[in-house]
Design a binder for this molecule. Structure first.
Ligand code: AMP
Length: 351
C-alpha cells in the first residue's frame, strides 16, 4: 500500500491530470507532474512540474526517483521509454500498448468475446478496396495511432472518396470501420485494483458532436439501461485481462443488436467527469485509491439525475452566467487560449 503522505507522479499535464492532482491532494498525497508543454493545466496545481519530452529516459528516471508510484493521464505516449519504470508505473505499459493502437485494441476485444463494428486493416491502397468490399459504404478511416476527439478520422461515402480519405490522414497505418447505426452512445467506467477487485459507476449516455464529447447524462435511460449488464461484464473482463490497475473507460454504441465496443481509454475519462459531484466517489479519487492499493470507494449516485456539459472553445466565456446558476458546478481548466474544439472546462448539474 502507498499511504497518504507519499508522492504520486502523473505523466501528462492536461485537465485529466489536473483533476487527478486535486483528488490526490485531498487524500493527502503530494503530486508531481511530467509533460513536454511549457504551461499545461496540471502544472499549476502540482507540487512539482517537470517539463521534458516523453521520450527522455534520463528525465523520466529522475522524475520517477522522486515518486512512490507513477501513473498517466493519456494514452498517446511512447511505450518503450516508460517500460524502464516497470511496476512503478500503474497502470503498466500493457494497458497503453493495447489501447493506443486501434488494430491491437480491436483484436484484443474480439479475443475476449467483445463485439466491435466490422473493420479492416489499411496498410496499402489495395487494402482500401478490400475494406470497401467487406464493409460497404459509408465507412470511416481512422489512423491506428494518435487519434483523439475525432482527429485522424475521415468518412467515406462512395468509392471515389476512398483514396482522398486515406490521404487526408497522411496515408498513416489505419483501419477502416463500418458505419454503426447506433441508437445511443454510452460508456462503462471500471476501477480495478491489482487484486482484481473492481467497481463500476452508473453508465452515462454520451452525446458527441463532430467526434467531441458534448454531454454525459446519468441515468442513461432506454435503450442503454437494457444493455448495461452485458456491457459491464465485458468491460470488467477487458480490465482484468489487461491486468489494468486504475480507472479505465470502455466506450460503447447501443445498437438494435446489443452493445458494440467503440474504444478503450486506459485512464480516467471525460465521460466520468460527472462523478466528481454526482457520485459518492469520483473517478479521480478512485484512480488514486486503485494505484495506491487503498480500499475502493462507493460509486453510487448522489442525485437522481446528473448531467455534465463540456465547455468547448468560446463557450467558456459563459463562466460568469454559469456561476450564477444554482446547482451548476463549474470546472475551468486554466487554459489561456480558447481555440475552437478545445476543451476549456465543464459544468455538472445535479437534479
Ligand atoms: P472515436 O474517436 O473513434 O471514439 O470516434 C468519435 C465519435 O465519432 C464516436 O463517439 C461516434 O460518435 C463517432 N463514430 C466513430 N466511429 C463510428 C462508427 N464506426 N460509426 C458511427 N459513428 C462513429
Amino acid at each position: 500500500m502507498i499511504p497518504p503522505g507519499s508522492t504520486i507522479g502523473i505523466i501528462g499535464g492536461g485537465q485529466l491530470g489536473r483533476m487527478l492532482c486535486q483528488a490526490a491532494s485531498q487524500l493527502g498525497y503530494k503530486v508531481n507532474v511530467y509533460a513536454p508543454d511549457p504551461d499545461p493545466p496540471a502544472a499549476s496545481v502540482a507540487s512539482l512540474y517537470v517539463c521534458a519530452d516523453y521520450g527522455n529516459t534520463d528525465a523520466l528516471a529522475a522524475f520517477a526517483a522522486d515518486c512512490d508510484v507513477v501513473t498517466y493521464e493519456f494514452e498517446n505516449l511512447p511505450v518503450d521509454p516508460l517500460e524502464t519504470l516497470g511496476d512503478q508505473l500503474q497502470p503498466t505499459t500493457a494497458s497503453l500498448a493495447i489501447a493506443q493502437d486501434r488494430a491491437h485494441e480491436k483484436r484484443f476485444i474480439e479475443e475476449q468475446g467483445g463485439k466491435v463494428a466490422g473493420w479492416h486493416i489499411i496498410d496499402s491502397a489495395d487494402d482500401l478496396d478490400a475494406a470497401a468490399e467487406q464493409l460497404g459504404y459509408p465507412l470511416v478511416i481512422k489512423s491506428r495511432r494518435l487519434g483523439y476527439d475525432g482527429k485522424g478520422q475521415a468518412w467515406v461515402r462512395e468509392h471515389a472518396q476512398l483514396m482522398d480519405a486515406w490521404e487526408a490522414i497522411d496515408r498513416e497505418p489505419a483501419i477502416a470501420e463500418a458505419a454503426v447505426d447506433f441508437l445511443a452512445e454510452f460508456s462503462i467506467l471500471v476501477a480495478r485494483k491489482a487484486n482484481d477487485e473492481m467497481k463500476v459507476w452508473n453508465a452515462p449516455r454520451n452525446i458527441h458532436d463532430g467526434g467531441i464529447l458534448r454531454r454525459s447524462e446519468v441515468p442513461a435511460g432506454h435503450p442503454v439501461d437494457q444493455q448495461v449488464d452485458e456491457a459491464v461484464a465485458i468491460a470488467c473482463k477487458l480490465a482484468s485481462e489487461m491486468g489494468h490497475v486504475g480507472v479505465m473507460a470502455v466506450e460503447f454504441f447501443a445498437t438494435e443488436n446489443g452493445p458494440l465496443i467503440n474504444e478503450i481509454a486506459p485512464r480516467v475519462h471525460n465521460s466520468g467527469h460527472w462523478t466528481i459531484e454526482g457520485a459518492l466517489t469520483s473517478q479521480f479519487e478512485q484512480h488514486v485509491r486503485c494505484i495506491c492499493d487503498l480500499p475502493l470507494g462507493d460509486t453510487g449516485l448522489v442525485a437522481p439525475h446528473v448531467t455534465m456539459d463540456n465547455l468547448i472553445g468560446s463557450e467558456v466565456e459563459s463562466w460568469e452566467r454559469l456561476l450564477g446558476e444554482e446547482d451548476a458546478h463549474l470546472h475551468l481548466y486554466g487554459k489561456r487560449e480558447a481555440r475552437p474544439g478545445r476543451k476549456m472546462g465543464h459544468v455538472t448539474r445535479l437534479g
